[in-house]
Design a protein around this ligand. Structure first.
Ligand code: FES
Ligand code: FES
Length: 133
């Protein structure tokens, strides 16, 4: 079986799909390899992610990764969300096929982009080294 049960579950029943109106931060990233796009919307309350939604125009692994990643950061402080790696997302999904690992990178980068957007909108100083270029 190419995909784990968890990947199939999150792909067929993705959590946190959708849009947040008036989000506190939005991040959109694309994957140059396949042209797929992921967008993450955040509601932030006292440095904590009170709500998160995603839209992913991509493959099943990208959808499963966004679904799992949003579950992993919901209710968490921004500092913790910034530490989420694509590897941790893939592990939480009981693994992704090697050639699909790059799809999980979209989730990590979209979350970081959304947090960066929040910092910029609110004039909060941040460490650029924590964010992808
Ligand atoms: Fe496009 Fe995975 S997001 S192949
Ligand atoms: Fe596009 Fe995987 S091929 S993200």
């Amino acid at each position: 079986m190419l995909y784990s049960k968890k990947v199939m579950d999150h792909f067929t029943h993705p959590r946190n799909v959708g849009v947040i109106e008036n989000p506190d931060g939005v991040g959109e990233v694309g994957n140059a390899k396949c042209g797929d796009i992921m967008r993450i919307y955040l509601k932030i309350d006292h440095d904590t992610i009170s709500d998160v939604k995603f839209e992913t125009f991509g493959c099943g692994s990208a959808i499963a990764s966004s679904s799992m990643a949003t579950e992993m950061i919901k209710g968490k402080p921004l500092s913790e969300a910034l530490e989420l790696t694509n590897k941790a997302v893939a592990e939480a999904l009981d693994g992704l096929p090697a050639h699909k690992m790059h799809c999980s990178v979209l989730a990590e980068e979209a979350i970081k982009a959304a947090i960066q957007n929040y910092y910029e909108k609110n004039g909060i100083a941040y460490d650029a080294g924590q964010f992808p270029d």
